[in-house]
Design a protein around this ligand. Structure first.
Ligand code: XIL
Length: 602
């Protein structure tokens, strides 16, 4: 297997003495594609919090996730929703013409697997045959100038009959129904959305009719009102008013479904949390019914972080949030497939977002490395010869790793992890640290090292608020490390300019970031600009006297320079700028922030 390596900046061998705790020795086999059933199970992980569900579909309605991913579905989820198969147009495409085959297949599977089923949905303005709304002359009632009492009664009868036949068919196998979907208006003024035929024909009454009937048919079932954006301030007031009125009128509404078609930026956690509190105050149970997080313009890692913070919020409120359903299984079959909003990719492989949910207290890559591999080892032909999970390993016997270390020339180390080789057994003596590198001396390591450890490392911005010095405008240099992205160190004299930070300790550095002219309010937060520093380097030092370049940037125009480092050891860092802009004779440098990420040694 060939692998693309992350950008690296030469190899770094560090000689330092560490005394590490002696852990147990685990030796694991080769890495490879995990079987669906070998992945951690969200169903088990969330069992004490809420039901964790997925929407699935059968070919013909939308992409075929139900038959393609059964193993995955039963392993990961405790609840199931039909993405389309239980909507009115699916269950009753023509008057009295009920079709339950597809829905039954899903429900039977769920029952077999001990999963719950959420019914979606009985009353909606979309995906509902228009025969529901035609009079005896085949005329659309909601288009008529005068809607008669007989017209109204006809539509009420159809509504009630649909609810009765469907709910009786599924009985207690469906424990919760979205009785009404998307009834609240997006605009101010009216409460109900004006384009719903149900509203146009029956007015405010249709909600009461639907919920009352549903409760009468099966009083065991939890009845939900479901909508998009009921958590958002613009729609919350109207939704609460509608629900309050229904509850005051004694209408059996038991819960609110928040669809949750979110994006990485979008609605803030605070806004969603306020809504959760407000709906809980009405005495309603809360289900997140159709969650997905569109990735548009963001990375999989940012998407994972968003899933993580949303689930942290749901866990915090698991006294009122009793179910969270993800709207689909794999990105390729998502209704928002252009935005890759789900937990699994088109091959059914878990994405960072999945790993983020495995333990929301840790970054996704730490969760991933614990279950799969933290380090993969490659030979000079680029083939993977072995892989290891986090842990401590002794190298005393040749085959203790399951592969030959001597032939390894490249390492792929999971983000946020570090592999350290030790001169002595039990993770003691001289230590050599690595992250991803294409230039690994496996032969030398095989003879010199007697043990190794693979662990996750926490990296922070270690330059933040540390003592600074600069050759120009030294009294303002601290503004480049104050964590404020609007205050800058802006020398304008004769280059070179340098800015030094005393880290007040010894660190292993893994990344550095400089926020330049273009990120500032004056430049308008642009991505590129000729006024960004062009030529500069990161220098390191043990004593603040002798400096060494560790990463050199030339011809830069980007406003943010964000670069990885292969774990260099330093006590002092220095930004050394030789060309402050790409513009001739313009010597004005602006550094809004200089960040250096690392992990403390000792
Ligand atoms: C979507 C399905 O995912 C699609 O396959 C279908 O083509 C249209 O409907 N709000 C809802 C869901 O309540 O029923 C919708 O599902 C997505 C928006």
């Amino acid at each position: 297997m060939k692998r693309r390596f992350r950008r690296i900046f030469g190899i770094t061998l560090l000689f330092l003495t560490l005394v590490a705790a002696i852990g147990s020795v685990t030796v694991l086999g080769q890495g490879g594609k995990a079987q669906a059933s070998e992945l951690p199970s969200l169903r088990e992980i969330y069992q004490d919090y809420f039901e964790i569900g997925a929407a699935v579909s059968i070919a013909g309605w939308s992409s075929k996730t139900f038959d393609r991913h059964r193993e995955l579905i039963k392993h990961q989820f405790s609840s199931l929703t039909a993405e389309n198969e239980m909507k009115p147009e699916a269950l009753q495409p023509g008057p009295g013409n009920f079709r339950f085959t597809d829905a039954d297949r899903m429900v039977d599977f769920a029952v077999e697997q001990g999963m719950k089923v959420r019914g979606h949905t009985l009353v909606w303005h979309a995906q509902t045959g228009d025969w529901f709304f035609r009079d005896g002359k085949n005329q659309l009632i909601y288009e008529k100038d005068v809607i008669t009492e007989a017209d109204r009664q006809l539509v009420i009868d159809r509504l009630e009959n649909h609810i009765e036949v469907v709910m009786e068919h599924f009985g207690d196998k469906v424990y919760a129904w979205d009785v009404v979907n998307e009834a609240v208006s997006d605009g101010g003024g009216a409460i109900h959305r004006p384009d719903s035929p149900w509203f146009q024909i029956l007015g405010d009454d249709f909600m009461k009719i639907a919920f009352t009937k549903a409760h009468e048919v099966n009083p065991n079932v939890k009845l939900f009102y479901n909508d998009y954006n009921p958590e958002m301030a613009y729609k919350r007031g109207r939704t609460i008013k509608m629900l309050e009125d229904l509850l005051a009128d004694g209408v059996p509404v038991h819960g609110i479904g928040i669809q949750g078609h979110w994006s990485v930026d979008g609605t803030t956690i605070k806004e969603i949390e306020q809504a959760i509190r407000m709906y809980a105050d009405l005495g309603l149970e809360i289900h997140i019914t159709e969650m997905d997080v569109g990735m548009e313009g963001f990375t999989e890692e940012q998407q994972a972080e968003r899933y993580r913070e949303l689930f942290q919020l749901f866990k915090k409120h698991s006294d009122v949030i009793t179910s969270v359903t993800i709207w689909g299984i794999t990105d390729d079959a998502s209704w928002r497939r252009d935005e890759n909003p789900l937990l699994f990719d088109g091959n059914g492989e878990p994405k960072p977002a999945f790993w983020a949910l495995v333990d929301t207290d840790k970054p996704w890559y730490v969760n991933k490395a614990e279950y799969t591999n933290a380090v993969e080892f490659f030979n000079s032909a680029g083939e993977m010869v072995g892989a290891l999970k986090p842990g401590d390993y002794n190298l005393n016997e040749l085959d203790s790793l399951g592969f030959n270390l001597a032939e390894v020339t490249g390492l792929q180390v999971e983000k946020g992890h570090l592999i350290t080789f030790f001169e002595q057994e039990g993770q003691q003596g001289t230590a050599w640290h690595f992250i991803t590198t294409e230039d690994f001396a496996g032969g030398a390591m095989a003879t010199q090292a007697k043990s190794l450890s693979i662990a996750s490392i926490e990296t922070d911005n270690i330059a933040l608020n540390k003592p600074t010095k600069a050759n120009v405008l030294g009294e303002r240099a601290h503004r480049a490390v104050d964590g404020e992205k609007i205050s800058s160190w802006s020398p304008s004299a004769e280059p070179p300019y340098w800015l030094e930070v005393d880290l007040e300790g010894t660190y292993l550095l893994s990344r550095w970031v400089v926020r330049l002219h273009g990120t500032g309010p004056l430049a308008g937060e642009v991505e590129e600009s000729p006024f960004n520093a062009a030529d500069f380097s990161l220098q390191i030092s043990d004593d603040g006297v002798n400096w060494q370049d560790v990463d050199v940037v030339e011809g830069n125009t980007a406003s943010i320079c964000d670069r990885d480092l292969n774990l260099v050891k330093a006590s002092y860092v220095r930004l050394y700028v030789t060309r402050p802009t790409s513009v001739d004779r313009n010597n004005s440098l602006a550094v809004y922030e200089f960040e250096v990420y690392g992990t403390v040694l000792d």
